[in-house]
Design a protein around this ligand. Sequence first.
Ligand code: SF4
Length: 348
Amino acid sequence: MSAVLPLRHNWTLAEVNALFALPFNDLVFQAQTVHRQFFKPNEVQISTLLSIKTGACAEDCKYCPQSGHYNTGLERERLLEVEKVLTQAKAAKDKGASRFCMGAAWSNPKQRDMPFLMEMVKGVKAMGLETCMTLGKLDAGQAQELKQAGLDYYNHNLDTSPEFYGEIITTRTYQDRLDTLQHVRDAGMKVCCGGIVGMGESANDRSALLMQLANLPEHPQSVPINMLVKVQGTPMENVEDLDGFEFIRTIAVARIMMPQSHVRLSAGRSRMNEQMQALCFMAGANSIFYGDKLLTTENPEADADMLLFAKLGIVPEQRHDVSDEAHEAALADAIKEQNTPSLFHSAV
Ligand code: SF4
């Protein structure tokens, strides 16, 4: 095996563009080679996502059905009660998730919400699940409070390049996002941060997004790469589709630039066929959302994921603490059960 290269935080745009320009097979081979230096090649980490507060967000992100600026017919919901969240977390754990992500459509959490959010984190953590939240902008004090409650990860995406950002969001700045990420790191939480492609950005913008992510003071521990889900009623409903190979290249380049991060195949997966998802895994994606819903957009049915895993010989990433062994084993059993000829046929 070739020597493990040190993590880099000084990528130039020319270098990133050069990776994108590699012949497809060379790029995917390089990404898979890097991937095998840091991860078990046939393991994929599984997260489940619950929307704990839906819609009516004050921000104007042009891709988002939850923005209050657009009429997408989305039913608005207030912050869920703590007990309901814990019931969902238990169900996710029983289905095999190792991380439970809670998302709220807010510009930022209000102080009055903090005690409820902290109760949710404590309760989910007590089940032996890793905890993740996405709540919008955080100040330094809120980041500390969430960390003390036991929050492992905070998700806050950069979305796109600094240059294209103004075309997508006008109600908060790129610097606001970088500041929140700094507060999260300072509090000692892990960062989940990625972006969205297929929003009409240029190839340079995709490179610049990955350059921003890799050149952060630490690589985000999780890097979700989303393919735009075009939702009717949002300004992006008619944006031209991004070529699937360009998406796979984005995954591969992210893997090469951030070799120790989990690269997550995220929103947009429901529109990808099995072969495309398999190529994304080959290019270094090693995390997915599992379940019926990915916030408010559809996600492939959980059973379809089990079938795909079985076909590809992929197993859920094992966590090392004893408390999770039982539900990881349960998931492995579920995959074995699904791995039957009749189910394979019905999935064609
Ligand atoms: S901040 Fe989040 S929930 Fe609000 S509009 Fe933007 S992406 Fe949607």
